[in-house]
Structures are given as structure tokens and as C-alpha cells.
Design a protein around this ligand. Structure first.
Ligand SMILES: Nc1ncnc2c1ncn2[C@@H]1O[C@H](COP(=O)(O)OP(=O)(O)O)[C@@H](O)[C@H]1O
Ligand SMILES: [Mg+2]
Length: 285
């Protein structure tokens, strides 16, 4: 990987803390993401995932008082040196709870707000809203009051409302952790579409390992502010002992394969069900 125009995120030896904390919350983190890549951050609660996302979004130290050291380059901008406003329109961030992000009374208004705030001409605002409605499968929702929608639909609206900025980078902080099963499926499907059809660069903190291994190009496991294991989902999760030691549950299929291995049956260490199906000869594709 070079540092060409396709590099969207480059962190080098980044340390971060809040003014209120004495110790570093993010310690010596280096990571890169190129256009169209999806990275999933995992690790136990409190390990620093949200803080790292805040640094990447320029919110720490731009909005939340704190200290960030090391090099942070997002879409060619260093938000620590140039100020987080230099990132305006380039990064969208969506949190767990869609309720706190949605502020208007119609889906259309909600989606139009960001491009209007960017001062874009009316036609451009309309075309971006339509694009986001299509990208997230929200056609027909334009005139609905977001408050009447299901949790999953609200989260789609929250994602769509940052997409209308046409960000290079979408950050998702546990986007499904407050949703029920149906809502989770809806949102995960939409995110997969954004990656696969729209080539968006996405960094998500997410604890649903089966989904993470399915969509992530790379997974980073964090512990106590540091990235302790990183690579492709296969690289990371086939080392089941290391993953388990970090308090992250490996994919169910990997656990099964490991149990079989302990009983003397070697099926390899698949991290996705479809790889195991191939091994069993019951693959549908
Ligand atoms: N605004 C804040 N001010 C001070 N400390 C914080 C703040 N937000 C989070 N922390 C602390 O930083 C550590 C990492 O938290 P966080 O980044 O939210 O972890 P995660 O998202 O992995 O659960 C925790 O110890 C947490 O208490
Ligand atoms: Mg968090």
C-alpha cells in the first residue's frame, strides 16, 4: 500500500487522552485505510474504540478537550494541526443511538440538513438527498416523521443524513448495539451495500464478530488503548487462542472447528460459515 490519492486514513504512532484523564486512552496506534476499504475495530468495552473514532473524526481534540500526539492524516488533512473544521464534509460519524442524532420532523429535512449547511445549491442538495435515499433503500420515506420509524429505520436515516455530505470516510460507533434483530439486519445490510456498491471507506467499532468477518477487509483488536492484533479476518480469528485471551469471542464456526481440531479432526480454521460449508462439500455457490 502506497500513500497515493487513494489513502483516506493514515495514523502513525497516535496517542490520545482527554484533558480529564492522566493516562493515554489511545496508545501508539498506527493504521491506514484506503478508498473502499472497511475496517472493524473490536475489543472489550473501555478499550478505546470510541476514543480512537473521535480522533479520526477530528472531534478529539477539536471539540472534546484533550491531547493528541503522533500523526493523524484524514483525506490529506491533519485535523490536529489544521483544526477539525478543515475536515468539514469529509468525515461522517454515526453513533449507537439514532434518537440523539435525528432532530427534524421529516426524513427529507433530515437528509437535506448537512448539504444545506455546507452551502450547496438547491439542485445539488436535492440530488444528494435522492442519492442517499437510494443508497440506503429509503425511497418513499421522504415525508415520514423519523420519530414514527423503527429503530433500524431511524439508524438508516442517521447514516443517510451524514452521507449527504458525500464524506470520503464513514465512521460507525457500534451502529447496531441498540437495535433489535430486525433493525440490526437492516442496518448491517445497508452498510454492506455502502461498502460494496458505493466504495465508501468505513471504519466501524462493532462487537458482532460474524458480521465483522464477513464485511471487514481488516480487523483490529484493541486492548487497553493499543492495537494488539490486526490483519485480515482470517489472519486475526484463525489465531483463536490469542483472540480469546483478549476477551473477544471468535466466530462460532471457528470455535466449532477448534473443538473438532482438539478431538483430532482437522477442518482448518474457517472464520466464515461459507468456508466451512465448502470444506463439508455442502456449499451452495
Ligand atoms: N469524555 C471522556 N473523558 C474522559 N475519559 C473518557 C471520556 N470518554 C471515554 N473516556 C474513558 O476512556 C476509556 C476508553 O473509553 P472508550 O473510548 O469509550 O472505549 P470503548 O469505545 O472501547 O468502550 C475509558 O476508560 C473511558 O472511561
Ligand atoms: Mg465505545
Amino acid at each position: 500500500m502506497g500513500s497515493g490519492p487513494d489513502r483516506v486514513v493514515s495514523l502513525k504512532n497516535v496517542y490520545a487522552r482527554y484533558v480529564t484523564s492522566e493516562k493515554w486512552i489511545v496508545e501508539d496506534v498506527s493504521l491506514e485505510a484506503s478508498r473502499g476499504e472497511m475496517i472493524v475495530l473490536m475489543g472489550p468495552s473501555g478499550c478505546g474504540k470510541s476514543t480512537l473514532l473521535n480522533v479520526i473524526a477530528g472531534l478529539l481534540p477539536g471539540v472534546i478537550p484533550g491531547v493528541v500526539e503522533g500523526e493523524v492524516i484524514i483525506d490529506g488533512i491533519n485535523p490536529v494541526k489544521q483544526g477539525y473544521r478543515a475536515l468539514r464534509g469529509r468525515v461522517g460519524i454515526v453513533y449507537q443511538n439514532p434518537e440523539i442524532q435525528i432532530i427534524t420532523r421529516s426524513v427529507y429535512e433530515e437528509l437535506a440538513m448537512a448539504p444545506e449547511n455546507l452551502g450547496l445549491p438547491k439542485e445539488e442538495v436535492i440530488s444528494r438527498v435522492e442519492w442517499a435515499l437510494d443508497a440506503l433503500g429509503l425511497r418513499g420515506y421522504e415525508n415520514k416523521d423519523p420519530q414514527t420509524l423503527s429503530g433500524g429505520e431511524k439508524q438508516l436515516v442517521a447514516i443517510a443524513s451524514v452521507l449527504t455530505m458525500k464524506p470520503k470516510l464513514l465512521l460507525l460507533d457500534e451502529p447496531t448495539s441498540m437495535l433489535d434483530h430486525t433493525g440490526t439486519r437492516l442496518v448491517l445490510k445497508a452498510i454492506t451495500t455502502l461498502k460494496e456498491e458505493y466504495g465508501l471507506t468505513i471504519i466501524a467499532a462493532e462487537h458482532r464478530v460474524e458480521w465483522a468477518v464477513d464485511v471487514a477487509d481488516r480487523v483490529y483488536l484493541m486492548a487497553d488503548g493499543r492495537i494488539v492484533l490486526g490483519g485480515t479476518p482470517d489472519d486475526v480469528f484463525s489465531d483463536i487462542a490469542a483472540v480469546t485471551k483478549l476477551g473477544v469471542r471468535p466466530p462460532g464456526v471457528t470455535e466449532v472447528a477448534y473443538e473438532l481440531y482438539r478431538r483430532g479432526i482437522n477442518v482448518g480454521f474457517p472464520v466464515r460459515l461459507r468456508n466451512f460449508e465448502k470444506f463439508l462439500g455442502v456449499s451452495h455457490d
